[in-house]
Design a protein around this ligand. Sequence first.
Ligand SMILES: Cc1ncc(COP(=O)(O)O)c(C=O)c1O
Length: 393
Amino acid sequence: MSNANLDLCVVDVSQGEGNEAMNRKLHPVNTGQMPIAVAPTIQALTPYEAVSSQAAIEAQPDHHTSFKLDWNECTVAPSPRVNEAITEYLSQGRGLNWYPKLGSSDLVEALVEYTGVRDDHLLVTNGSDDALRLICSTYLDRGDEVVIPVPTYNHFMVFVQGRGAQMVTVRGETPFEPGVEAIDEAVGDDTRLLYLVSPNNPTGVIFDPEAVARLCRNHPETLVVLDEAYYEFSKVTGIELVQECPNLLVTRTFSKAFGLAGLRVGYLAASPQLIDGLRRIYNPKSVNTLGQVGAVAALDDLEYLESFLDEVEASKQILRKFFKKRGVDAHITPANFVVVRMPDVQTTLKKLEERDVYVRDRSSYPGLEGCLRMTVGTTEQTRRLIDRIGDLF
Ligand SMILES: Cc1ncc(COP(=O)(O)O)c(C=O)c1O
């Protein structure tokens, strides 16, 4: 076997003065050869650069007063039962040296109750991004056509491109309407997959379950992926349709309403046939033990979830009135974020950051020129937010 293309690293273990560990440095060896190329399918991609305010906020001495409103996370800690369950798990001496429970079987059991679908329709994943990637890795191949209404959750496109599939984007008359007819028309005999997000990020558009069922029926050869990351906020779901639509996959997450983004737990629901296909490359130990324990505990405290959802709803009413009074073009979505159109986005972003408020610039998205997206939290947080930045609008 030839090493011709390898860029080698050697460990320098020369016995010098001082601390030996200090002398054990990694030195890249310039072999004069080209670095190993990425797979041909990946060559056209540039690294996905996620922009989060997290580092900027953590660098502030009084970072607890910052408003992190850029990633649609839950703005409060998860149910106290999550911490209790994790602490109890660790204190029982069960430790972390074993692999997690395979296939997250306890969590699947809890999800049967929460979702109302049978266990053979469910698969737990390492966040819903992992579910989306698994779907693309299992069902897409080079050249396959994928229809994506835009604007959308762009990270999905990375998974599509990673398979060498072709994207066809559909843009409705306005970004704030579902445009089901245009989508129906865009999906053709050769469309392998259709990606819908409901409520959509960043527009909040909801796809009525009847419309989803119709799309599934009209295009039985196309996989319809319904991303319900924000389902809890809207309470509109197509999950039960997986029992009647053999081509539907629904993905969900514990990262948003349940407040477990740091634990990375998501799941998907689909027909047992589709699940069998996914299992060919599914990694049954991909969800860590603490994530499983935490998610089960979160499902055990739906009262806490409901009280947070009520807070978000009440906050949206406060924001609706606030923006209306100032004549600001604000779209209050059914999810936990609002979209605000500003005459000068960059200046607004800068001023917000000067006041320690971090939101997301969505002005480059189709139809969202001049728009910022802002996460919504509790009423107490919203009042404090308005006190801090109200004069900027
Ligand atoms: C629409 C949508 N889908 C999926 C995700 C990924 O969530 P997770 O944390 O479950 O990977 C996000 C995160 O922002 C999202 O907005």
